[in-house]
Design a protein around this ligand. Structure first.
Ligand code: AMP
Ligand code: MG
Length: 520
């Protein structure tokens, strides 16, 4: 797989004298960022040092003050022109060591040996207020040696979309990368004949290391780099495994466990990622890359929104299957580290990979029990969950509202729930069974309801609302609908007065033919 051209990419670099600014060099004020760049220092050979492109007229469009504070940053100083300069890539803050990471990936089942950060740069790492290490990265910051034919840029719409959905996922309690800032560049981006406003997203992540990062080096037979990366990942995300004799095998198992937990959480809110390629699956267990993702309204396991997923490879019901497949690709990349004997290595890896469906099923069933308000376990619970889902599917019932209204049913008000079924008798027998099951838990109804309201959101990013908010921002420069929607989505489990419209699914006309695009 190795060619001279591919290897030479890693050896390139681009340096630029950082633009000096009094705010950055004034030593009477504390430094803006306390960088501690472990990837740059421990993973030489796995990236290209690179600089962002400068832009003509950066403007802060959205700054995540709450996140900035948890990162120990000075929100007041950054939420304005200085932040616009820094988070567009126009100025490189002191201590940053910008770099483009190399990675490969299986995209829709086919292997691309060389992807890498084609429009993103890791600026460096920060230790947040909880002592957790966080990547600070730019997306849309210009071309890199990994750009292939791309322009290295990002249009405002997809950048705002990643901000909105990522923050909504975080508020739902689902592990995810996060958005710190959206800055418009003042420069146009051209996509499919349209001229769009350009933007840069500042992304915060536990790390940006993907299955594809391992695949890049494994495919080139660069075992030293695979080992170097595995050690870095262990130190960073799985420190308990560091001194274990079979650490690499345990890494595979632990990563698989995190992905099982993550995908179960996606399934629990009807989230469809849309591009579950191996370069979009992290070692940290965070959701990454909100491209053509969307949330399902009516429950239908075959739901797929992405315009580029004609075969439905990444449809709702297939997400655990694909996660399993991706973990098998991770296992392949790790094989030479697992055992010197190839046959033994394969045997060990297979055993771990084969455990994924069981891991996933445990996480999913535990979550579904909570969603149904069950506090104990009974052997028939799986059937109870499956039968509920079957009745949702049979009548195109809204997934989010059906679960949300269960809490009211526990408290004696079954009407909102029943009203979701066009044919209410379809749910009658199930309701009787479920009420009897709930009663056997011997827990006060109010406790059941409280448990359910913590896990069944009232508000998810409804596709039609997301589209309206993004259209207003991009076409009219009006951020108000975006801000209103975001504010609701940041408190998904609380009923919010005046926010009823945000809880409702799209009308059939709004939902018809809904399709998402990668947004590159
Ligand atoms: P994604 O679909 O965003 O996960 O990206 C897949 C690959 O394409 C990654 O290597 C990206 O860096 C690269 N890529 C996506 N969009 C662009 C772009 N506009 N310019 C350069 N590279 C890009
Ligand atoms: Mg990606």
């Amino acid at each position: 797989m190795s060619t001279g051209q591919e290897e030479s990419i890693i050896n390139r670099s681009k340096t630029r004298a950082p633009k000096q600014d009094s705010d950055l060099t004034n030593h009477s004020t504390p430094p803006l960022f306390s960088f501690d760049n472990s990837f740059a220092h421990e993973c030489e050979g796995l990236y290209v040092p690179w600089q962002p492109a400068s832009v003509s007229a950066p403007q802060m469009v959205r700054f995540n003050r709450a996140l900035a504070i948890t990162l120990g940053l000075n929100a007041d100083r950054l939420d304005g022109p200085l932040g616009a300069d820094l988070f567009s890539g126009n100025q490189i803050p002191e201590g940053a060591e910008p770099l483009a990471q190399a990675y490969a990936g299986h995209q829709f089942g086919g292997f691309s040996p060389q992807l890498g950060d084609g429009r993103a740069l890791l600026l460096g790492e920060l230790i947040d207020c909880d002592g957790e290490r966080r990547d600070l990265a730019l997306k849309g910051s210009g071309r890199t040696p990994f750009s292939r034919g791309g322009d290295g840029k990002a249009p405002l719409g997809p950048v705002l979309r990643e901000y909105l959905i990522g923050e909504a996922m975080h508020a739902l309690g689902i592990p995810t990368t996060r958005a710190l800032a959206v800055v418009t560049t003042g420069e146009p981006v051209y996509r499919d004949g349209a001229t769009l406003p350009g933007a840069v997203l500042t992304r915060i992540a536990a790390s940006h290391i993907r299955i594809g990062t391992f695949q890049y080096f494994a495919a080139r037979g660069e075992l030293t780099h695979v080992r170097q990366l595995a050690r870095h990942v262990m130190a960073r995300h799985y420190p308990m495994l560091q001194n274990q004799a079979d650490g690499y095998l345990l890494l595979l198992r632990a990563m698989s466990e995190r992905q099982a937990a993550l995908i179960a959480r996606w399934m629990g809110v009807g989230f469809i990622h849309g591009v579950m390629n191996t370069d979009n699956m992290t070692l940290s267990g965070e959701t990454i890359d909100y491209g053509p993702c969307a949330f399902m309204d009516a429950y239908d396991p075959s739901t797929v929104f992405s315009s580029i997923d004609a075969q439905g490879r990444y449809r709702y019901a297939n997400q655990p299957v694909i996660a399993h497949w991706n973990i098998a690709r991770f296992a392949e990349a790790l094989l030479p580290l697992l055992h010197t004997d190839a046959e033994t290595a394969r045997f060990l890896a297979t055993e771990v990979v084969d455990a994924f469906p069981g891991q996933y099923q445990r996480h999913w069933l535990a979550l579904m029990r909570r969603k149904l308000g069950l506090c104990t376990t009974e052997s028939d619970d799986l059937a109870l969950v499956e039968d509920f889902l079957a009745t949702l599917e049979g009548q195109q019932v809204d997934f989010t509202l059906a679960f949300r209204y269960l809490a009211q049913a526990v408290l004696g008000n079954e009407a909102p729930l029943r009203s979701l079924w066009r044919e209410p008798t379809a749910i009658a027998a199930w309701l009787t069974r479920w009420q009897a099951r709930i009663a056997r838990d011997s827990v006060a109804p109010s406790e059941h309801a409280a448990l359910q309201n913590q896990v069944n959101p009232a508000y998810i990013p409804r596709n039609h609302q997301v589209e309206m908010a993004l259209a207003a921002a991009v076409e009219q420069g009006d951020l108000n609908p975006f801000e209103r929607l975001l504010a609701v989505l940041l408190r998904p489990f609380e009923e919010q007065p005046g926010a009823d419209a945000y809880a409702l699914p799209a009308t059939p006309a709004q939902a018809a033919g809904y399709c998402t695009f990668c947004g590159t």
